[in-house]
Design a protein around this ligand. Sequence first.
Ligand SMILES: Nc1ncnc2c1ncn2[C@@H]1O[C@H](COP(=O)(O)OP(=O)(O)OP(=O)(O)O)[C@@H](O)[C@H]1O
Ligand SMILES: [Mg+2]
Length: 604
Amino acid sequence: MSNIIKLLPDHIANQIAAGEVIQRPASVVKELMENSIDSGANHIQLILKDSGKQLIQVVDNGKGMNPEDARLAFERHATSKISSGEDLFNIRTMGFRGEALASIAAVARVELITRQEGEELGTRILIEGSEVSSQEPAAALSGTSISVKNLFYNIPARRKFLKSDRVELRHIIQEFERIALGFPQIEFSLHNDDSELMKLPGGNLKERILNVFGKNLGDKLFPISETTDFLTLKGFAVKPQFCKKSRKEQFLFLNNRYFKSGYLHHAVKGAYEGLLTADEQPSYFIFFDIDPTLVDVNVHPTKQEVKFQDERIIYNLLRVTIRHGLGKHQLTPTLDFDLERGERLIASGHISDHAPNAASTSGKASPSPSGGSFQPSAPRREKEDGDNWAQIFEGIRKDLTEQPGADQMKLETGEKKEVFSGFFQVLQRYVVIKTDRGVVLINQQRAHEQILYEQFLKSIENEEGTSQNLLFPKTIEMAASEAALLQELVPDLQKTGLQIEHFGGNSFVIHGRPAIWTREMEEEEMLTEILENYRIKGEYRDLAKRIAFSMARSLRIPGKKVLSETEMSVLISKMLVEKPHLDLIHKKTVVTLDEEALSKLFKS
Ligand SMILES: Nc1ncnc2c1ncn2[C@@H]1O[C@H](COP(=O)(O)OP(=O)(O)OP(=O)(O)O)[C@@H](O)[C@H]1O
Ligand SMILES: [Mg+2]
């Protein structure tokens, strides 16, 4: 019988290898930018057409390649960065596998133009599906430019799987940000079609973070730093009162390379223990500098996972350093752990137990009941400051006047109607209603969110959102990653009454706000929060629902709040009498305890 095993031709082997490294335009961006970093460039430009589907070009002013190296760069396992097996355990460059360019050239049309400083002429190479179609001397700037056109042109199945331009652009921006954060001293820019999405001058880490994520992050961060025999740890983390609900701003770097680690993330979260609510996430930008012989970055083809020699030590060090940073900046009550958890939260200035009631919004944190062993050092939770919660009910209050008198309301909590005879609030969180058959409990925050959700959803679906015009239109500048998402949502946001227009680049103009948008919050900040909530509610496929959810989540009352009688009546009326549940956000907003349920509670 003849042999059946054959060696695959190079271009097929390359395509297979590309499957691991090159999954989408963002992977090409990552590989090309990392090569530019390894080339010693201090200026790197990324130019896209159609969010990378037509063109991804990276131009650098690094050391360039001579004609032979330029040709060799596209061979598999061709690298200038390591030469022996031992080198694999002493990696100081971003690349080392020698397969990125070969993989890219197997699945796209590539043009490379490169010149080394001191040489008169450079080299231009065209390569398509691993075949070099031309190589010639060419005039060129010093450095390297690589253009990758029509990614996956020869693998229709892969091309078909690419997502919309907006989604691909978001992935690209994410990779771009990770690299840009890792190398703040390098100047970067990003263009898509004809607009400049980011321009980042070289600077220090703090400047880079603010340039990427917006200047208003500035006051929200505190520095962390620690040095031991074998590592340096530095960076920034966010003060607890500014923690958000999304995990978008969580970055770990090892020797300037972005990496992911659920384990170390857990260490960071652990440092914030007692300072965050369950759904809040700290933002952090943490850099480990470690002797490369003590780590392995060759764990995964995309190099986003790393292995430390002793991860537990790193875990503990990270946790302690951040905890220490929080304490040093008086963000945690580090000295007195005897207090009840709730008191600690108050003392740290993070959560107030003194929810302003509807009539008074003085917003002063109540003194620590322990007798003041702490000075509340951080400002009160900003999101809740200055909001007049009473107003939030304004839009729905008028409905109440059209309801029958509160005490005559018939509740429909189950199949059957029941009559209720009074209500009150407990723990500043729940509305308790006495009925002829037992009690009904309403989780007030969830109920409020539900009511707003339904209002927003209705206004989106019927395109009837009323709007309050701003006296002067306001131009806002969003971070690039947010701008891409916001642009996608503009048409639906308009239906809620938010008069917003894209103004080119990352700018938007707001002419009016939805009438129910009564929280006193800067538009920019509110939009950021809406986008954040939009991201976390992944399960709603329907765009309108996701937007309604995001807006409701951003506008709902805080977890704890004293409600006035009227406000309670509104909740009761909306939740139990009208019950227009278009869709339930929460499984449990209302709990009914009838006689049977109550007596069950007493069975041991
Ligand atoms: N922008 C650039 N400037 C100078 N040389 C470059 C540039 N891009 C690539 N090269 C050269 O081409 C070689 C091959 O690049 P390629 O990305 O395929 O492999 P690598 O970076 O060595 O490893 P990896 O596959 O892990 O990225 C590099 O080792 C480098 O010598
Ligand atoms: Mg490389």
